[in-house]
Design a protein around this ligand. Structure first.
Ligand code: UFG
Length: 327
């Protein structure tokens, strides 16, 4: 019999790619999403339950109906800028909603939880390659709420006998190789989709935010990780949890260990798209740390995961292919 995995936030960007990866690996993803920011037409694999993670009755019924023992939890508000304007919304949608969700899941005896976390838990980290043991000093409410949930998982797991992994994504980017799904944020604030839109003429010219940072070319350096690599990591983490003891868990960085500057991404855009992305050099964007690059070795060691599609060319090529499907 095909095993079902509950995917909260399965209609969203990373969640929908996880659903596809689960389907390919022979699982049935069961998407639970309230469509606050997700898209119904991104649910292409497995059943869809349109509900909020706070709706304990529906969560519990879904778990029972599909015999679910493992959950991937992507459902969250995830815009850093918005989190600084409406911090209470982020506590409500991320912390409070997740607590309600965890209560329902533990009442049904869920055994494994893979949680979508973020490099924003580190804030402006000092290390060249940031390890999971780096201090957690988030500089925005979004990162703070993810840190709070990681804490809740660590204290609840031994009490309720589930195991967990919090996957701290660095900069998620790119789209499904077949362009069936991709990134559709509204508003779009991320570098790669903005660069693609500027170049294809579906969005305004790109602004390069800051050229006076203490980095080799003065623009910010990030660790971009392909969304399908992230999806694979969720499956690998689940297998790792299943092989280990219950009541335990830990965070893992998901990144490549290699940084790319904004200007390097613009140059890669030119190579991939055959035209210089229309861009202008602009001032710094508030709250951007100069450099954030993962030490991804823990995930490599624990569950033998490494990024295989996260080079700039693949990221931009797949993001552009998805954008073209929407033109
Ligand atoms: N940038 C531009 N122009 C744009 C958009 C972005 O120059 O139009 C720059 C930013 O200033 C930054 C870099 O490109 O230097 C990356 O910016 P993104 O907005 O794509 O991503 P962030 O690094 O700001 O944030 C992302 C996620 C967060 C997550 C964080 C963790 O959006 O949710 O990575 O590292 F918390």
């Amino acid at each position: 019999m095909v095993e079902s995995i509950l995917v909260a936030g399965g209609a969203g960007y990373v969640g929908s790619h996880a659903c596809k990866a689960l389907d390919l690996a022979g699982y049935q993803p069961v998407t639970l999403d309230n469509l606050a920011t997700g898209h119904a037409d991104a649910v292409k694999w497995g059943p869809f339950v349109q509900a909020d993670i706070r709706d304990a009755e529906t969560v519990r019924r879904t778990v029972r109906e599909h015999n679910i023992t493992a959950v991937m939890h992507f459902a969250a508000s995830s815009l850093v800028g918005e989190s600084m304007v409406r911090p209470e919304l982020y506590y409500e949608n991320n912390v409070i909603a997740t607590l309600r969700f965890l209560e329902a899941l533990t009442a049904e005896g869920i055994r494994q939880i893979v949680f979508s976390s973020t490099a924003a838990v580190y804030g402006a980290a000092e290390a060249e390659l940031i390890p999971e043991t780096a201090p957690l000093v988030p500089t925005n409410t979004y990162g703070e709420t993810k840190r709070a949930i990681e804490g809740a998982l660590s204290w609840m797991a031994p009490v309720h006998g589930f195991s967990w992994a919090a996957l701290r994504y660095f900069n998620a980017a790119g789209a499904d190789e077949a362009a069936e799904i991709g990134e559709r944020h509204d508003p779009e604030t991320h570098l790669i989709p903005n660069l693609v839109r500027a170049t294809l003429g579906t969005g305004p010219g790109l602004k390069v935010f800051g050229t006076d940072y203490p980095t080799p070319d003065g623009s910010c350096v990030r660790d971009y990780i392909h969304v399908a690599d992230l999806a694979d990591a969720h499956l690998a983490a689940l297998a790792w949890l299943r092989a280990g003891p219950s009541g335990q868990g830990r965070p893992f960085n998901l990144g490549t260990g290699k940084g790319l500057s904004v200007l390097e991404v613009v140059k890669a855009g030119e190579r991939v798209l055959g035209k210089t992305p229309p861009h202008e050099l602009a001032g710094r964007r508030a709250g951007d740390p100069p450099r954030l690059v993962a030490d991804p070795s823990a995930a490599q060691t624990a569950f033998n995961w490494r990024a295989t599609r996260s080079d700039a060319e693949t990221l931009i090529r797949t993001a552009a292919a998805f954008e073209r499907t929407r033109m």
